[in-house]
Design a protein around this ligand. Structure first.
Ligand SMILES: [Zn+2]
Length: 404
């Protein structure tokens, strides 16, 4: 192995000196290989460390598969042989808390729910493990949390090392790794042993709170979202602030927020019903007035009306109320961005509303619409009040005596 991986034996050192042994490039960015490094490369579900080399920002760290060299990708080129390295500690410590927290949580899921961990993902926005079961009873998830947090408060030692064959024989590994030769083991005393190359805290108390946020089914497995330490506190703080705001707005205790929302939803439903009734009564009243004033010169009641920017559903309801009267024709239009024509007649009259609509739409230069002989509707593009009025006049022409 070209690079000695110092983080294997020590997760806490943040400044070090090393020798540049190779200058190369990765994705067109300057990249160096050191003889020894504390920079953790992206692997095993844990993201790489941040920090600087010779004062230059390290933007990515990865392993070169061919020879195991640790590649430090830099923001700018770095000259020279000997360099000082500095690890971004808050980022590193966050990774340590979540990685050891993950080992404890995974073991707790095995013991409480009989569920094995098949995946781990750690990023700035999300931390998850995938379990080999599609669903976990919420009461069991609480038990898992309780057990994991008990292991934290007992402040158990965490050891990471390359065990001898004798030591390995005595360890009860959570999952036997698929590797040849020696491998590193992380042991949470008397609780969990697992093969792992990650950076870990030295005592479980450093993890702080372990909190499961959600468990989602994903096919045959379940994804568990969780937070540790400062991230768990931040999550609690945000949710507490949100709930406090909701309870202040609803002028109720936070535990009564769900009941207050139920009450609002019921009130809203009742109001909607009332509005619908009132609107119906209003439209009936308007229809009655329009019908009284209708033109009856051809022996039937003819109502031709243009409305500006009015709700189309209301106009349709109005038209339906009008043609509920015998011997009545209602030709209505709504002007606006999506103009609509609604043409209808009572069932006792012979005229074809589809033909009338076709004529009217032609005036507007549209062709979208249709219906049946007693009711037709169309439109959908912009038309002003005058254009709609002349379209309705054209529709009226088709039902005059003498028209074809
Ligand atoms: Zn691990």
């Amino acid at each position: 192995m070209i690079t000695e991986r110092l983080y294997y034996t020590d997760s806490y050192t943040t400044s070090f000196e090393a020798q540049i042994v190779e200058q190369t490039s990765l994705q067109d960015q300057p990249t160096v290989v050191l003889d020894r490094t504390y920079f953790y490369p992206t692997s095993g579900g844990q993201p790489h460390d941040g920090g600087t080399l010779g004062g230059i920002r390290v933007v990515d760290v990865s392993i070169r598969e061919a020879d195991g060299a640790v590649l430090h990708v830099l923001a700018h080129p770095l000259d020279g042989g000997r360099v000082a390295g500095a690890i971004d500690w808050p980022r590193r410590f966050d990774h340590m808390q979540h990685h050891t927290g993950q080992h404890i949580l995974s073991q707790a899921f095995v013991r409480v729910a009989g569920a094995a961990t098949i995946g781990f993902h750690l990023s700035p926005d999300s931390v998850t493990i995938d379990l080999d079961k599609p669903a976990i009873d919420p009461a069991l998830v609480d038990e898992v949390e309780d057990l994991a947090n008990r292991i934290v408060t007992e402040n158990r030692p965490v050891r990471a090392w390359f065990p001898s064959d004798d030591e390995l024989a005595r360890l009860d590994l959570r999952k036997v790794p698929d590797v040849d030769g020696k491998f590193r083991v992380v042991l949470v005393e008397d609780f969990d042993a697992n093969a792992c190359g990650g950076t870990h805290v030295s005592h479980t108390g450093e993890i702080g709170l372990i909190k499961v946020l959600r468990v989602d089914r994903r096919g045959e497995s379940a994804r568990v979202e969780f937070r540790c330490g400062a991230r768990a506190l931040r999550d609690y703080r945000e949710k507490h602030a949100l709930l406090s705001r909701l309870s202040a707005e609803l002028t109720t205790g936070y535990w009564e927020v769900p009941a207050a929302l139920d009450k609002l939803r019921e009130e809203n439903k009742a109001l909607r019903r009332e509005i619908k009734t009132l609107r119906g009564a209003m439209l009936d009243h308007e229809a009655g007035r329009l019908w009284q004033d209708a033109d009856r010169s051809d022996g039937h009641a003819l109502i031709v009306r243009q409305f500006a920017d009015r709700d189309v559903a209301d106009v349709r309801q109005l038209v339906q109320a009008l043609v509920a009267h015998p011997a009545t024709i209602a030709l209505c239009g709504v002007s606006g961005e999506k103009a609509q024509l609604i043409l209808a007649r009572s069932d006792d009259l012979p005229f074809d509303m589809v033909a009338a609509l076709k004529r009217a739409l032609a005036v507007l230069g549209m062709d979208r619409g249709g219906g049946r002989p007693s009711f037709a509707q169309g439109g959908g593009v912009a038309a002003g009040p005058d254009a709609v009025a002349s379209a309705l006049r054209a529709a009226a022409e088709t039902i005059r005596p003498g028209a074809e």
